[in-house]
Design a binder for this molecule. Structure first.
Ligand SMILES: NC(=O)c1ccc[n+]([C@@H]2O[C@H](COP(=O)([O-])OP(=O)(O)OC[C@H]3O[C@@H](n4cnc5c(N)ncnc54)[C@H](OP(=O)(O)O)[C@@H]3O)[C@@H](O)[C@H]2O)c1
Length: 290
């Protein structure tokens, strides 16, 4: 197992045998508008990714569907050959249509193609972590994941994938996946204002499985709450900093992958997530999503 010391807020977590900083980076915002096409400013996107690495962040989240292929190619351009400590998580199970939609692509042949495409675009022989993305753009949908998940397990046995996770999943699907093969993480929507997975997070923490909230800052509609703004103003911090610090303090198995296309925001988020929230502030913030 690799060891990693970090001064980043939150310290580190181990995904299977891979140590990552709990403060990670989500690459989706680097693709063009609607997550389709190239970024408005290519050089700035590359600079953000290099700064991610320079700050010591060792967990980057991406997907072949971002762009599509755009964020994977940017990551490769900016950071390949990758430092041994850097771990890239990707997702398969959705594709893009001509309207920018995210239709499911979970047939065995779709998943095999997607894994090979991720290997090629990222310039890797093995993918560190592949999440099976379930549900649709409206959220998780019930139903068995056995067939697509078993396809990924087969690709893992072939040596193409180190670790597996699930995304946009119901608690039942998480449990079903675990009867088929070990998972190291669940990546679902969760933030200060959207707390659907509170119980799941606590259960996963007991099992040593990471929970990776997507839209930690509210995604396409930034978090807005008067209670959040009040606490932030009192601490002389931004609401984004408080939202990230709250997630890190919520549970030790939470890994952050906030997205940004801005160097300034990236640095602000790293600095802000280290904010220490008192029990009173945590109680005040806790009411937002309850
Ligand atoms: N599994 C899934 O289905 C799924 C779905 C969605 C996302 N994801 C993953 O989750 C990651 C995070 O989600 P996300 O990027 O969509 O949403 P997010 O992290 O909640 O928010 C990103 C938005 O916040 C803004 N922002 C970031 N830092 C800021 C700051 N300090 N001040 C003001 N605005 C700030 C960004 O704009 P700027 O660019 O201007 O900073 C961007 O518009 C994605 O990158 C992706 O890897 C997964």
């Amino acid at each position: 197992m690799s060891t990693l010391s970090t001064s980043l807020p939150g310290g580190t977590w181990t995904l299977g045998d891979l140590t990552v900083t709990r403060f990670g980076y989500g690459a989706m915002q680097l693709a063009g508008p609607g997550v389709m096409g190239p970024p408005a400013d290519h050089d700035s996107a590359v600079a953000v990714l290099r700064e991610v690495a320079d700050l010591g962040i060792t967990h980057i989240d991406t997907a072949g569907a971002y762009g599509p292929r755009v964020t994977n190619l940017l990551i490769r351009e900016a950071l390949h050959p990758y430092a041994e400590s850097l771990h890239i998580a990707t997702k398969v199970g959705a594709t893009r249509d001509e309207h920018g939609g995210w239709p499911p692509a979970r047939q065995p042949e779709d998943l095999r193609r997607a894994v090979h495409e991720n290997l090629e675009t990222l310039g890797l022989d093995v993918l560190d972590l592949v999440n099976l993305r379930l549900g649709d753009a409206q959220g998780p949908r019930p139903g068995s994941l056995a067939e697509p998940f078993e396809t990924l397990v087969e690709l893992q046995r072939q040596g193409l994938i180190r670790h597996l996770g699930v995304s946009n999943a119901t608690a039942e699907q998480v449990a079903e996946a675990r009867t088929i093969a070990p998972i190291v993480c669940v990546q679902n929507m969760y933030n200060l204002a959207y707390r659907q997975d509170d119980e799941l997070i606590d259960e996963l923490a007991e099992e040593g499985i990471a929970y990776v909230p997507f839209f930690p800052l509210g995604g396409f509609s930034p978090l807005q709450s008067s209670a959040l703004s009040t606490v932030a103003a009192r601490l002389d911090a931004t609401p984004m900093s408080v939202a990230l610090a709250w997630l890190l303090q919520r549970s030790p198995n939470i890994l952050l992958i906030p997205g940004t296309s801005s160097l300034t925001h990236l640095r602000e988020n790293v600095a802000g997530a280290g904010l220490s929230l008192s029990d009173e502030e945590l109680a005040e913030l806790d009411k937002i999503g309850r």
